[in-house]
Design a protein around this ligand. Sequence first.
Ligand code: F6P
Length: 195
Amino acid sequence: PRPILLTRHGESRDNVRGRIGGDTVLSGQGEVYAKKLSNFVEKRLKNERAASIWTSTLQRTILTANQIVGFPKIQWRALDEINAGVCDGMTYEEIKKNMPEEYESRKKDKLRYRYPRGESYLDVIQRLEPVIIELERQRAPVVVVSHQAVLRALYAYFADRPLKEIPHIEGISWLHKLAQTPTTTKKHEHMHTQS
Ligand code: F6P
């Protein structure tokens, strides 16, 4: 088996202000995480010449991976954070106060709720399909640096968690190590759901 390492980006400036979405750079803490991650990855994948680092196209994942040297880096738009549409840049309190109906519908069914002009978790799960196919095809280790909602979906897929749990998985900022045998073909249970 070869490892797939999943990690969230280091803390961003928007994370500090509690704003969702956006495309800000890392906070001081986030930079500390980036440094620690690069030490960890360089040590862990020292003899893995074919390993690669996958990020989203957003600054916070690119900057988190920036200090990791010696491996090719690939940017995937499909690894970008859930698109919060009209709520992008707002805090959860602002959404609750200014768009109470949206707030309540999301609370009721976080998996299916789609932000106006944005995405639902089911949308995210669907757009991850090519990433998952490529991850399963790789024979070498891959480090995926992405975002909370996206990592919940990826983690659930590889750790065999049910669809309904995905939006509620906690602790997603930790580094998750999942061992995978290249020949495994998993049932894409949550890849073929209707949104
Ligand atoms: O707050 C950080 C963040 O990545 C937001 O950009 C995103 O909207 C949110 O987390 C996703 O988490 P949840 O689905 O729990 O709101």
